[in-house]
Ligand binder design. Structure first.
Ligand SMILES: Nc1nc2c(ncn2[C@@H]2O[C@H](COP(=O)(O)OP(=O)(O)OP(=O)(O)O)[C@@H](O)[C@H]2O)c(=O)[nH]1
Ligand SMILES: [Mg+2]
Length: 565
């Protein structure tokens, strides 16, 4: 597994010279860097160790104004090389770079106390002691880039440190944080970066995020050599035909399609170098990206970062928070959380109890970035996952509503949420039309039977005269039960009166071929309005057809009538 080594240290302490002494390459390639004698951008060089191991070296600038470039360079490295000027000792960016390395979780590396040629022995010893105190777990080597003294010892120490390190990111889908992009004649746009995880090969279809652009890899190089496929941990150059250089740059990521969420929020466990108040604004650095963020505190040790623009993140990613100085950082607990301030949720996430954070339905794909494999201890329906307890609560709530439903129509409208189509069928209810019912539930009058009987006798007494019924539900139910007949405008008649009126129409039409409103009114002995309501009902029943002010019996009804008679 190839490892990446990143320099760190205060401005002018001799990082670039040391990289040149180790690799033979001057990484200060920009004219401005050469003119000013300082590093401004990241520099890259391959380094072959005595035991044949290959390292990729990233040289970072030490200037306090370029710390954000240092973060972009340090992100994704496996080993650090902290460079300390023997004459100067630790200075502000020595400390800040060290803090950033710690926040990024890069704890393996060594310290080179350089410019040994420029100081006396005593000063050198003091500097070496200071270095040991500063980074107690690291090997300290005194060197001079100018004379070459100690360089071989440094190489041997690097080989030892590399042998102890291993990158363990190769299982996850491909993600490459871009740190440079340029155009090569005849090839087009090329991006470089450290491949954090997965592999990238010729012909791969990837996505450029957060823009969400589909890209196809034409070729892949590792240290200027074409390879079929580059592996996690390597510094990679990828050529992407069809893309303009200005469409991408440092801070973008090339990822396997669909493998990582692109998110405006990150739940993080927080580590503070200085107190970060709720609502604080800072730059959030993640991978090679940095975006303005607001820190929404959730309890003592965690926060939700609300970002001004989206980032591609995964659980376990490190974030550094900076203003003019480095404020702190964190580890991503949830790369795509809902907007919340829920302390319990964060505590569960921290413990890795991802399933426990799920109650109501969420899309399974939104959990994929939190879980390895399929969610266990969760229910699943279509694209949704949810807890058994939540399903139980839903069932209880719907059952209660069904029990309280109108006995005349004991159904309720099912939930209208997007998950309803997949989840409601899991519950022991019956779907009839647009409503849900308890299994086998039938309409009943229950306590309203007395009311129903009163209405029935009222209608019976009224004969063919229509009666207004205010209780529409009751009327509908009694009609469905064959106990009354509803007319228009909320009126109704008894069944016997309806049948009698029907016979009047049928026999008049059998004799005269037709019936008018006036004639029917006289025959039935009712007012004009009631006659009209009855005739309209016969029309609606399909028994009669209206022609101007007359009505004739439809053939089907005549035949049916004949067969009944
Ligand atoms: N005597 C002596 N001088 C050195 C040595 N290494 C570097 N220098 C001097 O220190 C200056 C800065 O060295 P660089 O390697 O550019 O320092 P740096 O840490 O890369 O600086 P930034 O990238 O700007 O942070 C050089 O121009 C040299 O003059 C050394 O081993 N011995
Ligand atoms: Mg430099």
């Amino acid at each position: 597994m190839p490892l990446t080594l990143g320099t760190a240290g205060h401005i002018d302490h001799g990082k670039t010279w040391l990289v040149r002494a180790l690799t033979g390459k001057d990484t200060d390639r920009l004219p401005e860097e050469q003119r000013r004698g300082i590093s401004i951008d990241l520099g890259y060089a391959p380094l072959e160790l005595p035991d044949g191991q290959q390292l990729s070296v990233v040289d970072v600038p030490g200037h306090e104004r370029f710390v954000r470039t240092m973060v972009a360079g340090a992100t994704g490295i496996d080993l650090f090389l902290l460079v300390l000027d023997a004459g100067e000792g630790a200075r502000p960016q020595t400390h800040e770079h060290l803090a950033i390395l710690r926040l990024l979780g890069i704890d393996r590396g060594l310290v080179a106390v350089t410019k040994a040629d420029a100081v006396d022995e005593e000063t050198l010893e003091l500097a070496v002691d200071e270095a040991r105190e500063l980074v107690p777990h690291a090997e300290v080597v005194a060197v001079s880039a100018k004379t070459g003294a100690g360089i071989d010892e440094l190489r041997a120490a690097l080989a030892r440190a590399s042998n102890k390190s291993e990158a363990s990111r190769s299982d996850a889908p491909a993600r490459l944080w871009i740190d440079r992009s340029f155009t090569l004649r005849g090839i087009g746009t090329v991006v470089t970066g450290t491949l954090w995880s997965g592999s990238i090969g010729e012909g791969d279809e990837l996505r450029l995020e957060p823009a969400g652009r589909e890209v196809r890899v034409r070729s892949v190089q590792v240290h200027d050599r074409e390879v079929g496929r580059a592996e996690a941990g390597q510094r990679v150059a990828v050529s992407l035909p069809g893309l303009e250089r200005r469409q991408l740059g440092r801070g973008d990521a090339l990822v396997a399609p669909g493998a990582y969420p692109v998110s405006y929020r990150l739940d993080v466990s927080l580590e503070e170098l200085e107190p970060i108040p709720d609502g604080a604004r800072a730059q959030a650095h993640l991978g090679t990206a940095h975006v303005p963020a607001r820190v929404v505190r959730i309890g003592d040790r965690s926060a939700q970062l609300r970002l001004a623009s989206p980032v591609v993140a995964a659980r376990g990613d490190r974030v550094v928070l900076r203003r003019e100085t480095t404020l702190g950082g964190g580890v991503v607990l949830d790369p795509a959380p809902p907007r919340h301030r829920d302390k319990t949720r964060v505590e569960l996430l921290e413990k890795g109890e991802i399933a426990a954070t799920v109650h109501g339905p969420v899309r399974a794909e939104s959990l994929r970035h939190l879980l390895e494999g399929e969610p266990v201890a969760l229910e699943r329906a279509g694209p949704w996952v949810f807890s058994q307890a939540w399903l139980g609560e839903l069932e209880a709530e719907l059952s209660q509503r069904l029990e309280q439903a109108d006995p005349l129509d004991p159904g309720i409208s099912p939930p209208a949420e997007p998950w309803a189509t997949e989840i409601v069928p899991l519950l022991p209810f019956e779907r009839r039309g647009s409503k849900l019912y308890l299994p086998g539930a039938v309409a009943s009058l229950g306590a309203r039977e007395a009311e129903a009987q009163a209405l029935e006798s009222e209608l019976g007494a009224a004969g063919p005269r229509a009666t207004k019924v205010e209780d529409v539900e009751l009327a509908r139910h009694l009609e469905a039960a064959g106990r009354i007949v509803r007319l228009g405008d909320g009126y109704a008649v008894g069944v016997a009166a309806y049948e009698a009126a029907k016979q009047l129409v049928l026999s008049e039409c059998a004799a005269a071929g037709e019936i008018t409103l006036a004639r029917f009114r006289d025959l039935a002995g009712v007012g004009r309005r009631d006659a009209q309501l009855l005739l309209e009902r016969f029309d609606a029943d399909g028994m009669t057809r209206r022609i101007g002010d007359r009505r004739v019996v439809r053939r089907a009804a005549r035949d049916a009538g004949a067969s009944v008679n």
